[in-house]
Design a protein around this ligand. Structure first.
Ligand SMILES: Cc1ncc(COP(=O)(O)O)c(C=O)c1O
Length: 408
């Protein structure tokens, strides 16, 4: 039998989905499983999109321009203007989700063996994109103690080698929910400028910033206009994960020209997804106000509830819809599997993502889990009750007197 590639062997399985068979088995036993493990929101897609799609009357479902429909790109440029990001449609390549934007970005800017520095814990699929592009991830560990703020800039400096080509940040962050301040971003700007690196800014959760905080885009950092590559997506913004539309955005025309060649090789982004995304640009502001209000209430229920459980520490996230929690447990992979395989409370259990998959450094995340607050408030309250009961009887419980996190 011929051997598969080393990339095929190296490609990591998704840590978020690997427990799925156990969840399926629990459901077969008749148990309710509360899914706090994935980032699929239960929020409805804007009505304007659902209505608009019904009126689509195509005779041929054609390819579009490889960079995406011009009318959509022009509409997107106006959307960014609202955030003070001044770009034109020529600075945008529409992609098949933010995922493809990350792959195109890596392929365009980094060579085999080049290094990208990423604060960890980070979105686990960055590992997969790095394997696809032959890029090495150099993690820099953020700490739960300060809510996963940007690690000191000196730590970044220490990791820079002749092979370092880029830094990748996610703001607001998945899995941490941390929202970087302008000051933190300016510190990154200085190091990016000093070493002439690319700065990939994954801002797919831009709309989800809480407590009056405004997101500050890396695109607005002065002096590194040709270094910043913005990764964006409609998946979370309009609860349109299945539309598979994202974008790679940069003022660097050399990057645009090269990324477009990758775009041409895959012909075009999805036609229906682009139609839906263009309609979504007219989503009324009230939609976001309602969604943000809902997420704030959910966050408060979840985070306050978790912090009330003995031995649990959960910093309050400033954005996105995830939180990381430190639990009094020996091993988060074991614990999350045990929750599905062995534990039930009133015939229900909770599925969470073990945090080990969000760290590139071996051994980290063993006593942390990521929870997504994508379920309604009642389901979240129930989930906390279940987790509380589980932690009382889990055989691998540690005597952990966790310090409560400061609110961030
Ligand atoms: C931080 C982050 N970036 C990118 C993506 C990719 O999303 P999509 O390909 O659906 O745009 C996700 C999806 O969960 C994400 O959480």
């Amino acid at each position: 039998m011929p051997q598969i590639s080393s990339k095929g062997q190296l490609m990591p399985p998704s840590p978020i989905r690997k427990l799925v068979p156990y969840a399926e088995e629990a459901k077969r036993k008749g148990r309710t499983v509360y899914h706090l493990n994935i980032g699929q929101p239960d929020i409805e897609t804007p009505q304007i999109v659902l209505d608009g799609l019904k009126k689509v009357d195509l005779k041929v479902i054609e390819y579009s321009h490889s960079a995406g429909n011009e009318s959509y790109r022009k509409g997107l440029a106006k959307y960014y203007d609202k955030y003070g990001i001044k770009i034109t449609h020529n600075d945008i390549i529409v992609t098949t989700g933010g995922s493809e934007a990350l792959v195109f970005g890596f392929m365009t800017c980094l060579d085999q063996g080049d290094e990208v520095i990423i604060p960890e814990p980070f979105y686990a699929n960055y590992n997969g994109f790095a394997v696809m592009a032959g890029v090495t991830v150099k993690p820099i560990t953020a700490s739960i103690e300060n809510g996963y703020a940007l690690p000191p800039i000196e730590e970044f400096e220490k990791l820079i080698t002749p092979k370092t080509k880029a830094i990748l940040i996610c703001n607001p962050g998945n899995p941490t929910g941390y929202l970087y301040s302008k000051k933190e971003l300016e510190a990154l700007r200085d190091i990016v400028k000093k070493h002439d690196l690319f700065l990939f800014a994954d801002e797919v959760y831009r709309e989800f910033c809480y407590d009056g905080a405004q997101p500050y885009s890396a695109m607005n950092l002065e002096g590194i206009e040709n270094n910043v590559i913005l990764v964006d997506s409609v998946s979370k913004r309009y609860s349109m994960c299945g539309a598979r539309i994202g974008a790679l955005i940069t003022r660097n025309q050399e990057v645009i020209a090269a990324a477009l060649k990758f775009g041409q090789a895959r012909l075009s982004p999805p036609t229906f997804g682009q139609i839906a995304s263009e309609i979504a640009l007219d989503t009324p502001e009230i939609y976001f106000e309602n969604v943000v209000n809902e997420y704030v209430q959910r966050r408060n229920i979840l985070v306050d509830g978790l912090n009330k459980i003995e031995g649990v520490m959960c910093p309050k996230p400033g954005g996105a819809f995830y939180a990381m929690a430190r639990l009094p447990i020996d091993n988060s992979d074991k614990f999350c599997q045990w929750m599905l395989e062995e534990f039930e409370f009133e015939n229900a259990t909770v599925m969470m993502a073990p945090a080990t998959g969000f760290y590139a450094s071996k051994g980290l995340g063993q006593n942390e889990v990521r929870v997504a607050y994508v379920l309604n408030q009642e389901a979240l309250k129930k989930s906390i009750e279940i987790l509380d009961a589980a932690l009382k009887v889990y055989p691998g419980r540690t005597i952990n007197v966790a310090k409560k996190a400061t609110t961030v």
